[in-house]
Each structure stands twice: as C-alpha cells, then as structure tokens.
Ligand binder design. Structure first.
Ligand SMILES: [Zn+2]
Length: 198
C-alpha cells in the first residue's frame, strides 16, 4: 500500500516536516531548477529550502521554456550557483548592490550538468560558488558541488554569506530532522560504518 504523502513537503504523513519549516525573508531571490529524478527522493532538500524561503521558487523539469522571463527579473542580477574555473566566490552585499537571483540546479552531479547542457541560457549565466567550498555536516549521498553539500545546505550557506549578519540557520531545521530520521532508519551502526571518520 502506498504511503500517504504530505502534499506540501512530500514526506509521508507520519514524518511530515512542515511544522519545522520556517518562513524566512531574504533580499536574495532563490530559483531552484530541479531535475525530475529528485522529486520523490527521500532527501529532497531543495524542496525544504524553497518552502522555507518566502522569496524562492522551485520548478521541476529538464527543459525550462520560461527561462528568459525567469532570469531577467527586474531588480535582480542572475547568478548560477555551480562550480566553474572562473566562478566568483560569494561575498556579502555592499551598499547599493542589486540583490542576486541565485539560480540553483538541483540533482545529482550528472543530472545537474545535464540541466545546464539542455538549457544554454543557464549554462551562460555568470557563476558563483561558496568561498570555502562549503562543509556539509552530513554525508548521506553524493551531492553536486564542492564539499558535496546538500542543496538546502548550499542555499543556507550562500544566503548566510550574502546577507550576513542575518541568520538562515532555521532553514536547516527540517533538514536536520530529516537526517536524524534517516540515521535512525538505517541504524546507527550502518551510519557509522558508511559515514564515520570522514
Ligand atoms: Zn509536510
């Protein structure tokens, strides 16, 4: 029998994370472009990020027809959060800076690359990265990007850098509960064996 999902966070009703999802304001607008293969993944952290930010949007697809309109948003400068040799490390806004439209491809490394390949406008955007590469607290799966951050962690860290001293820590609340649930489900022993000492 299929488990009944919460329509908002897409978790099983018994493990709904909605009560932990914040409602945060940000100057930065976040646009997550999610590969369809991620939608029903147990660790759909991009969705948690999009739900927790008032100025964010998540679109699922492979080819995004509306990209010109989505990327040319008045008042924002579009940047792609994705590694490249010439990617600029993110830094805090200076006075008078236009806020970023931070475009975040979501999927495995391979799927994220595919999204760029299928959407030349996306691939052509100036790129930004997290200065430190970003450090994940968890290593449950291979995630794209330096430091193998989950998408919600990458977004929280990016906003933290851009909008310091505003804290985006609450964005990680449902993610932490999700991870705790995963660890519990797989058993602490297995977790230690697979993910300890890294
Ligand atoms: Zn929910």
């Amino acid at each position: 029998m299929p488990r009944i999902q919460c329509p908002r966070c897409l978790r099983p009703h018994t493990h709904c994370l909605c009560s932990l999802i914040p409602s945060l304001d940000s100057r930065t607008r976040v646009l997550v472009l999610q590969h369809p293969s991620e939608v029903n993944h147990a660790l759909n952290t991009a969705r948690l990020a999009a739900l927790g930010l008032n100025n964010a949007q998540l679109i699922v697809g492979e080819v995004f027809e509306d990209l010109p309109a989505l990327l040319n948003l008045p008042g924002y400068q579009a940047r792609l959060l994705f590694p490249a040799d010439d990617a600029q490390p993110l830094q805090a806004y200076a006075e008078g800076d236009q806020p970023l439209l931070l475009v975040v491809p979501d999927g495995t490394w391979r799927k994220a690359r595919k999204l760029l390949h299928l959407n030349p406008l996306l691939a052509a955007l100036p790129r930004v990265t997290l200065a430190e590469g970003g450090v994940s607290r968890y290593r449950l799966r291979k995630a794209p990007g330096p430091g193998a951050l989950s998408t919600v962690e990458a977004i929280a860290q990016a906003l933290q850098v851009l909008e310091a001293p505003v804290s985006f820590e609450p964005l990680l609340k449902p993610f932490e509960a999700l991870i705790a649930g995963q660890i519990e489900a797989m058993g602490q022993d297995t977790y230690q064996r697979n993910h300890g000492d890294q």
